[in-house]
Design a protein around this ligand. Structure first.
Ligand SMILES: [Zn+2]
Length: 240
């Protein structure tokens, strides 16, 4: 959720009750609902919220969505909460997955990336190709390092176990795993992450690093070009 003290927007409400609770506790009016892709754990709360609040719903151009919805193409720009929000096509997890990017005045940018990028991981390829996901993640990796990464799931701790297997000698990864363990022990979130941090620890953003490539080729010696290396890493994670 983002809010300005009066109005709010939510991204990917997989259920409505937690959003209603937050709106009530903070005394907010729901202005908009932003959806990144069609999976039920991102959309199941949309109908209730829309009916109760009249909020406008925005989502991908070409995915099955709870109608009515304003459909957004790559590069679309919206004005909500006094912010400029931009849409990025990031196919791979689903065929039409989108992300939302905004930069509040005087603050680091904020990225809502749904199930495309997780901290220390990335989404499974349910509909898209490895090449699509590789390009989508490359696009996100090119954002400023300070960009706050609001992933849709708290999968950081398990992602780090795999990341350590891929790149056991990465000191940033070792340090981050200790921090994450401490946060999760206290039941605190590890998110948002940042693009700079993900570039340092996330194997799916590090498939150009020699040590990562060498490790992936131990899993699949036939992975030669960058997309094949990425695809092999994703397959390895699926089996891990
Ligand atoms: Zn999903």
């Amino acid at each position: 959720m983002l809010h300005d003290g009066q109005n709010a927007l939510v991204v990917d409400p997989g259920e409505s009750s937690v959003v209603f609770d937050a709106l009530q506790q903070l005394g907010l009016k729901l202005e908009a609902i932003l959806v990144t892709h069609h999976h039920a754990d991102h959309t199941a709360g949309v109908a209730d919220l829309r009916q109760a609040t009249g909020a406008r719903v925005f989502g991908p151009l070409n995915e099955r969505m709870p109608e009515p919805i304003s459909r957004l193409r790559d590069g679309a720009v919206m004005a909500l909460l006094g912010l400029r929000l931009e849409v990025l096509d990031v196919p791979g997890h689903t065929a039409g997955h989108i992300a939302y990017l905004t930069q509040p005045a005087g603050q680091a940018p904020i990225l809502f990336c749904g199930d495309t990028l997780f901290s220390a991981g990335c989404g499974r390829l349910f509909e898209g190709t490895p090449a699509q996901m590789f390009n989508s993640l490359s696009r996100l990796a090119a954002l400023p390092d300070a960009t706050r990464v609001c992933c849709a799931h708290e999968y950081t701790a398990s992602g780090l176990v795999f990341a350590r297997a891929v790149e056991p000698g990465n000191q940033a990864l070792i340090t981050y795993q200790v921090q994450v363990g401490s946060l999760r022990e206290r039941q605190l979130p590890t998110l948002p992450s940042s693009i700079g941090l993900e570039k340092a620890i996330n194997p799916f953003l590090r498939t150009h690093v020699d040590a990562v490539v060498a490790s992936i080729r131990q899993f699949d010696a036939t992975a030669l070009d960058p997309v094949s290396v990425f695809a092999a890493l994703r397959t390895w994670k699926n089996q891990f």
